[in-house]
Write a protein that binds this ligand. Structure first.
Ligand SMILES: Nc1ncnc2c1ncn2[C@@H]1O[C@H](COP(=O)(O)OP(=O)(O)O)[C@@H](O)[C@H]1O
Ligand SMILES: O=P(O)(O)OC[C@H](O)CO
Length: 492
């Protein structure tokens, strides 16, 4: 009973990481699974792929470590958020592919609700905006589209869940239909202040309450699984960005983390009451422990590491992601190329689904290095947009320190440019698997094998701090140019 198994079910891959009794990640397995794009702007996953890859990576990680179910004290689950599954209570099979968070098919439903003046009520109850990103309109779409689904959902025959709930249902053999407060907070159906499903939102989005999972703490009893050769309890659940916030030990109000994966998600802990944003940030649940919720302001950027993938796969300027920083370093300092990477519209704080990317400042001397630099800097400028908005919402006292993680945080050049363009310290921890660590800690703490919150926070260790080296006047001039570039891209 010495290990904790963290399941990290992400957008492009499923991962399982085994942590030992000292919270060290000791064995890992990862498998990518297919993405389906049935129409422009639509993104789906086959729930059976999600399930099969999840089970496979758990088995592989256990095998790598030569471990059995009896060696695992608990499972923690963290997951891609908002992605929506509706399944049959009797067979456990989904009635439609999972509709992924990136999917834009419900843009018209959102536009109609906005035009009818519902956004202020939605924001005040759920902390979110009327954007296709969230689960609620995706559930409505499935119920309106799959023949007979609405009547079956009303009769209690169909269940809704985000990916955590679907995995819990399958892992427990259909015994537990539950989610945690962080995942519930991403559905458009959850009253984040009261901590319960909102009848008003269910009515607005035509979602029968009978199909909703029970909402529990992030560290709680989510049932047990016997799939791995013995019984293992599931004791921790959190959406992946909240799990990273926990894994980064951002437990005190004012602490902020930013995760640079495919996209970028920055969360600022705002303490025990929700802060309504005046700057189009999201208000969300950071975690719920012992029935008490901590809240966060969240800024979501859809393209971060994806811009590096574009340099590699689209423009073929590099062969590997880690060549992007060294290439950017060679850029001519006299040139000021700006890229607005609005490949799938812009997220926070602009929320413009129709905007597309743009590049400014080209000369005859512009080459691969200048484009790479502009691509990496676009991530820093977007982070500054979020940090400015969050500080305006929450109060700007105190120094901003950003704790970073995710694949792109490995790039020293990008992290230095982030610190320069933010004018703030950027802290990169030793342990960069913060998402899985967050889920593992929740489960391990609930199982009684890991330390409490304070003890866990004390284990956070700095690998490297990046301090701003850029002159203030240069920083401000470059940021002003970025803002003009975004305005121009949005106006085309
Ligand atoms: N050294 C690096 N420099 C810049 N970007 C990188 C580097 N290593 C990885 N990336 C980018 O990070 C992303 C992968 O990060 P990861 O946290 O695994 O993302 P996700 O969980 O969204 O799949 C990719 O988009 C990749 O382009
Ligand atoms: O799976 P990731 O790491 O790309 O994260 C997805 C986010 O949870 C979407 O809100």
């Amino acid at each position: 009973m010495t290990h904790i198994l963290a399941i990290d079910q992400g957008t492009t891959s499923s991962r399982a990481i085994l942590f030992d009794g000292s919270m060290r990640a000791v064995h890992m397995a990862q498998t990518e699974f297919p993405q389906h794009f049935p129409q422009a702007g639509w993104v789906e996953h086959d729930p059976e792929d999600i399930w099969d890859t999840t089970v496979a990576v758990c088995r592989q990680a256990l095998e790598k470590g030569g471990l059995m179910a009896a060696d695992v004290a608990a499972i923690g689950i963290t997951n891609q958020r908002e992605t929506t599954v509706v399944w049959d209570r009797t067979t456990g099979r989904a009635i439609h592919n999972a509709i992924v968070w990136q999917d834009r098919r419900t843009a018209a439903i959102c536009a109609d609700l906005k035009a009818a003046g519902h956004e202020p009520a939605v924001a005040s109850v759920t902390g979110l905006l009327l954007d296709p990103y969230f689960s609620g309109t995706k559930v409505k779409w499935i119920l309106d589209t799959v023949p007979g689904a609405r009547a079956r959902a009303e009769a209690g025959e169909l269940l809704f869940g985000t990916v955590d709930s679907f995995l819990i249902w399958r892992l427990t053999g259909g015994r537990v239909h539950a989610t945690d407060a962080t995942n519930a907070a991403r559905t458009l159906l959850f009253d984040i202040e009261k901590g319960e499903w909102s009848a008003q939102m269910c009515a607005l989005l035509d979602v029968p309450p009978a199909m909703l999972p029970e909402v529990r703490d992030c560290a709680a009893d989510f049932g047990e699984t016997t799939l791995f050769g013995g019984s293992i309890p599931i004791l921790g659940v959190a959406g992946d960005q909240q799990a990273a916030t926990i894994g980064q030990a951002c437990f005190a109000p004012g602490m902020m983390k930013s995760t640079y994966g495919t996209g970028c998600f920055a969360l600022l802990n705002t303490g025990d009451s929700p802060v309504a944003s005046r700057n189009r940030m999201l208000t969300t649940v950071a975690y719920q422990l012992d029935g008490k919720r901590a809240y966060a302001l969240e800024g979501s950027i859809f393209i971060a590491g994806a811009v590096v993938q574009w340099l590699r796969d689209g423009l073929k300027l590099i062969e590997r992601a880690d060549q992007s920083g060294p290439l950017a370093r060679q850029a001519d300092p006299a040139q000021d190329v700006v890229i607005v990477p609005a490949f799938t519209g812009l997220g926070a704080p602009y929320w413009d689904p129709d905007c597309r990317g743009a590049m400014f400042g080209l000369t005859r001397n512009t080459g691969a290095a200048e484009i790479a630099r502009a691509a990496l800097e676009s991530v820093a400028f977007q982070t500054r947009d979020l940090v400015e908005a969050m500080r305006a919402d929450w109060g700007a006292e105190g120094e901003t320190i950003l704790r970073v993680d995710g694949g792109m945080s490995a790039s020293n050049w990008t992290m230095q440019s982030l610190s320069d363009l933010l004018g703030a310290a950027v802290d990169r921890p030793v342990m960069q698997e913060t998402t899985a660590l967050g889920a593992a800690w929740l489960a391990g703490m609930q199982a009684g094998v890991y330390p409490d919150r304070e003890g866990f926070a004390a284990t956070w260790a700095l690998e490297r701090r990046f301090e701003p080296l850029m002159e203030t006047a240069t920083r401000e001039a470059r940021y002003a140019r970025w803002k003009r570039a975004v305005a121009a891209a949005m106006s085309v």
